[in-house]
Design a protein around this ligand. Sequence first.
Ligand SMILES: Cc1cc2nc3c(=O)[nH]c(=O)nc-3n(C[C@H](O)[C@H](O)[C@H](O)COP(=O)(O)OP(=O)(O)OC[C@H]3O[C@@H](n4cnc5c(N)ncnc54)[C@H](O)[C@@H]3O)c2cc1C
Length: 299
Amino acid sequence: MVLNRPPALAADKVEALAHIVGKENVATDDYSRARYASGKTSEEILETRQGVIREVADVVVHPRDKHDVQKIVAYCHAERIPITVFAAGSSVNFGCRPYKGGVSLALGTHMNKLLAVNELDQTARVEPGMFGPAYEKALNEAPARFGTKHRYTCGHFPQPFEFSTVGGWVVTLGSGQASTYYGDAYDLVFAQEYVTPVGTFKTIEVPATATGPRVNDIMKGSEGAFGILVEVTMKIYRYMPEHRRYFSFMYPSWEAAVNASREILQGEFGRPAIFRISDPERPTAGSSSTACRRSSIRS
Ligand SMILES: Cc1cc2nc3c(=O)[nH]c(=O)nc-3n(C[C@H](O)[C@H](O)[C@H](O)COP(=O)(O)OP(=O)(O)OC[C@H]3O[C@@H](n4cnc5c(N)ncnc54)[C@H](O)[C@@H]3O)c2cc1C
């Protein structure tokens, strides 16, 4: 990979960033800069295959923890260096592109740990760069890892589960396969900690407040526009695979499947975790295509 675009950031500024995170956590080579320059829109994937990288950061920085992020943001703010956060890079709206150069902040490299499980509140405090499978595994193994009585699940399984991070889910308001029961990422967030150019703040760890607008809600889905998410406390649920069952029904028409699905969701029978209507063809008005509903009891 040859970019033919040397970093525009002066060497002393790269040096200052290396001083914060360590030399091994700063990269200015072409491959690293290209690797952290785009997400997964069709346009970006096709362009990358053709060797086209439209925007690229001057330097990729891998913070080790939230204190590194605080120092990086303070330094970049003082020096007017733009920062673009890169978690797992599965963005489908060009969010990972470093439009203005500067720093690509790679959160998935080190900031990927489950920090604590609070069994009383049934919450988990996690670093934003933790990938889905590692997070779910750690929760499933909570008795061995955290001495909890129960095993837990995160309840969030978006299509790119393996290729996205907990922080990415929160800042993009993700939705997953099991969201019918567990809710979207929006519903799973309990509290958040953000680093911003004017300081760090944490929302309070309570299940609800009686005043609004809630900062906790405003920050969800902000995709880095208001700050960098450095820690998040998520709701977690009992992991009980022995109670999970998958089954589906066949319906004679799309309309019948939609009507049955509406009744299931509105009928107060309890909600399946995975709930969807599939058909083999694209439904058109008056079509009598076969429809089926898949459903599972919550895990
Ligand atoms: C094939 C495919 C299928 C998909 N299916 C789904 C789906 O089922 N459900 C769904 O919700 N999404 C889906 N997506 C979209 C994408 O995977 C999600 O938006 C995912 O949550 C992004 O997480 P990430 O860790 O990859 O974040 P990234 O892509 O790295 O980042 C996403 C955006 O958030 C910013 N950001 C990331 N982390 C932070 C942070 N800690 N602080 C501040 N800003 C941050 C980035 O700068 C960027 O703007 C899909 C994408 C693909 C390619």
